[in-house]
Design a protein around this ligand. Structure first.
Ligand SMILES: [Zn+2]
Length: 404
C-alpha cells in the first residue's frame, strides 16, 4: 500500500489541480476497493489468452483454481474477467505441413469441451450480441481467435470454415513467415508484406466478417493490410514501440495512427519485454557482458571460469519485471496519441511464461490495472471502454460490415 501511496503522490504533483488524484493519494485502500467494484460492474474483454495451448500440453481442471497457469474460472471471476478470447495457437513449423487445419480443429474442440464439461461456469460467444445476452448469467464467456493463419492451408474457403467453427479473429502470422505474410520476428522477408494469397485472404475476411489481427506481422504487411481492408483491424496483443525502440513486434506511433484512422484498436500486451526496453534488452545485455569477459580473459564458453562468471552475473542480474503501472502507461500513450476509443487489453496470459508485470500476474489482477488508470485521472466511463466496450464496439462494426 505504501508503494501505491507514493506513486499516487508523485502523480498528484505531476497533475496539480486534479481533485481525483488528490483523493486517490489520500486513500489508497478506497482506490483499490473502487477499482475492484468497477472490475465487477464492467465487462472486461481480454483479446488474447493462451489457454488452449496450455491445456493441450497439460490438461487441468480450470473450473477450479489451478496451481499453475494464469487463467482459471475462480481467478477469472475474482478479477472480473467477462470475455476472454481463447487463442487457438498453431506453431509456424506447421505451415505447409498439411496438418495445421486438423490441429486447429483439435484446439477448437478443446475449447468447446469446456462448456460441455462445465456448463454452469463457461459459455461460448460468437458475437457482441451473445455477450450482451449471456453476461447476466455470470458465466465466463469464451470467444475464440486463431493465432496464425497457417491452418487456412492455401484455401480461401477455410476462412468461412473457421468462422463457422466459432473463430472470430485470425492473427495472420506468428514467429516465422507463412503462406500469407511476413512476420515481425523473422529476418527473412519472403513476401515484402503479404503474399498474393494473403491479399485474397484480406478480402475474404472482410467479406465473412472475420476480424483481421495484425499482431505479429511485419510493418510492410501491416501497411498493406491497412490499405486493403474495408473493415477496421485489430492488434489483439501488441504494445507501443515508442517504449521499445526498434522492436517490430510492437506498434510504432505511425502504425497506431493508421490503425485508428481505419477505426481499429490496439490491445495492449502485458509481457514485461513488450513494456520496457531495458527488460527486452536484458538477454542481449547479459550476452554482451559475458562475451566481453570471455574475450578479456581469453576464455571459451565451456571453461569452468567462464561458467562461474556467467552464473555470478545471472545472480547479480536476475530477470526484471515491468509493473502494472507500465501497462497503464502504454494505454495512456495510445489515448493521448489517437484517443481512448482505440485502445484495450490483450494480456497474452498463459503465453508469456514468467515474464508478467508485478501486479498483473494472472487474471485475478485486472483491478490493479483499473486502479492505475484511476490514478492517471481516467473516468469510469473511459476505463469501461478500455477494458472491453471499445473492442466490443469494433467487433460489432466488423461483423455488420460483412457481406455474407
Ligand atoms: Zn502471440
Amino acid at each position: 500500500m505504501l508503494g501505491l501511496y507514493r506513486t499516487a503522490s508523485v502523480l498528484m504533483i505531476a497533475s496539480a489541480g486534479s481533485v481525483l488524484a488528490q483523493t486517490v493519494a489520500d486513500q489508497p485502500d478506497q482506490l483499490q476497493e473502487r477499482a475492484r467494484r468497477l472490475a465487477h460492474e464492467m465487462l472486461i474483454v481480454d483479446t488474447h489468452i493462451d489457454v488452449p495451448e496450455r491445456l493441450h500440453e497439460h490438461m487441468e481442471d480450470i473450473s477450479l483454481r489451478t496451481p499453475g497457469g494464469d487463467f482459471d474460472y475462480v481467478r477469472a471471476r475474482a478479477g472480473g474477467l467477462a470475455v476472454p478470447f481463447m487463442a487457438v495457437y498453431v506453431p509456424s513449423s506447421m505451415d505447409g505441413s498439411g496438418k495445421a487445419k486438423a490441429y486447429a480443429d483439435s484446439l477448437i474442440d478443446l475449447v468447446r469441451s469446456f462448456t460441455a464439461r462445465w456448463p454452469d461456469k463457461f459459455a461460448l460467444v460468437n458475437s457482441p450480441a451473445d455477450v450482451s445476452r449471456l453476461a447476466p448469467t455470470g458465466k465466463i464467456l469464451l470467444a475464440m481467435g486463431m493465432e496464425n493463419g497457417t491452418p487456412l492451408e492455401g484455401n480461401l474457403e477455410n476462412v468461412r470454415y473457421f468462422y463457422d467453427r466459432g473463430i472470430r479473429y485470425v492473427t495472420l502470422v506468428h514467429s516465422r513467415h507463412n503462406h500469407i505474410c511476413d512476420s515481425s520476428f523473422d529476418p527473412e522477408r519472403k513476401w515484402n508484406g503479404l503474399s498474393p494469397f494473403g491479399v485474397r485472404v484480406i478480402a475474404e475476411m472482410n467479406r465473412v466478417g472475420m476480424m483481421i489481427d495484425v499482431s505479429h506481422m511485419s510493418d510492410s504487411a501491416f501497411y498493406q493490410v491497412i490499405r486493403l481492408s474495408t473493415a477496421p483491424v485489430v492488434a489483439t496483443h501488441s504494445s507501443c514501440r515508442a517504449f521499445t525502440p526498434g522492436f517490430e513486434r510492437n506498434m510504432s506511433d505511425d502504425m497506431i495512427k493508421a490503425l485508428a484512422a481505419n477505426g481499429g484498436i490496439i490491445q495492449i500486451n502485458f509481457g514485461s519485454a513488450f513494456l520496457r526496453d531495458e527488460i527486452r534488452r536484458q538477454p542481449e545485455t547479459e550476452r554482451a557482458a559475458i562475451n566481453r569477459y570471455l574475450t578479456e580473459h581469453g576464455l571459451k564458453k565451456d571453461d569452468p571460469e567462464a561458467k562461474a562468471f556467467a552464473a555470478e552475473y545471472r545472480k547479480e542480474h536476475p530477470p526484471m519485471f515491468a509493473d502494472v503501472a507500465d501497462v497503464a502507461r502504454h494505454i495512456d500513450h495510445v489515448a493521448k496519441l489517437v484517443g481512448i476509443d482505440h485502445v484495450g487489453i490483450g494480456s497474452d496470459f498463459d503465453g508469456l511464461g514468467d515474464s508478467l508485470p508485478t501486479g498483473l500476474k494472472d487474471v485475478s489482477q485486472y483491478p490493479n490495472l483499473i486502479a492505475e488508470l484511476l490514478k492517471l485521472g481516467y473516468s469510469e466511463e473511459d476505463i469501461r471502454n478500455v477494458c472491453g466496450e471499445n473492442v466490443l464496439r469494433i467487433w460489432s462494426r466488423i461483423q455488420s460490415s460483412s457481406q455474407k
